[in-house]
Design a protein around this ligand. Sequence first.
Ligand code: GUN
Ligand code: ZN
Length: 413
Amino acid sequence: MVVVSDAGQISAAGAWNQSSVPEGAAVHDHRGQCILPGFVDTHAHYPQVNALHTWGGGSLLRWLDHCIFPAEAELADPSIARMAAKDVIDAMLACGTTTALIYGSQFSAAQDALFEELHAQGMRAVVGRTAMVNGPKDLTAPIDETLRLCREEIDRWHPRAEALDDALVHVALVPRFALSFDGETLGAIGELWADVRNRGVRFTTHLSENPEEVEAVRRAFGVSHYLDAYDACGLLGPRSVLAHAVHCDDHEIARLAETDSAVSHCPTSQLFLGNGTMPIAKMMAAGIRLGLGTDVAAGDTFSLPEVANAAYKVHVGASARQALHPAELLHLATIGGAGLLGLSHRTGNLDPGKDADLVIIDPERHPPLAGRLSGLAAGSPVDRLFALLMGMGRETIVRTLVRGRVVWQRRDR
Ligand code: GUN
Ligand code: ZN
């Protein structure tokens, strides 16, 4: 049972108990179903919603050039962008994702469409235009214009100080990755972040996803470690989220920990592009804050439980075997991710006082899961949680709520 106030906050959570239903409360009876905190996707690309399952032949850089940059360029058409904004939000909510850190479009009209749709649909998100100075002509802008466009987006869409804590939608600074810049232009992004971070603007980018990319960054920036390119520009810190971090060595792991920078772990993406396995055991031992990212379209699913399922399998099979505990998987998919975004006081679990960001799961929609859960009914909740996370699929999700409001509902219900 989750008791939700009129303002959409959790006032109590626990086992169903008729006697503690507040007087006059409307009761939505979900007995036989499961209520989990809404999932948090710490790495998603809005302009790639139409580029799922594009063949890159095992090369990140070739896949970007041949599949992704052309797909992102299509959002220059405002009608395509509007449809993509609706589709990406719908896809995330349908998977029970209530909060996402989203890489946006390079086109301002497309960004306006995304922000408008997020507000209209009531999803919680941190979003920034995907900034590029180097790359294909239609996606790049010179650094002065890039800085101006980022500032304009912050002024237009980032909440003012007095509204910051309550706002569902926030803005981030999102340079695509080091190779979309050089030392000087990335330095200018660092200066911009130094100027806006006290307004609550987050920072995110890609880090060390692929060996060919790592080598190219070392050459282009004259650094011995990929992370140094960001570190030199002041881009690390508690509100900085680095996606992937697959090929980080001990020096980089220590520096991520020292600066309290966070890592978005994207195992379905690493499987799809053949990029290797993140050293999760070392990162956990170093105390680095971790969340999960779908990374669509390199990741081939919008479902955080499917990403958690992949995380379990890749790490249990890696050379430094790490069997993630079911509670760790749930943590990564919910409150861990919320922590990366500085939102763990508002969302990520069912503690009283938090916003009621919830996903409701009906195991009967996938009979093998229902059977497995009823077989485990008298057993350990850890076993039930593992069965649920590994086996829920997408069809079992029937309702998604943000701040107590139903933002997505299965239509055939
Ligand atoms: N590195 C730079 N851009 C991208 C992107 O769009 N997807 C992934 N997976 N890696 C990137
Ligand atoms: Zn990505």
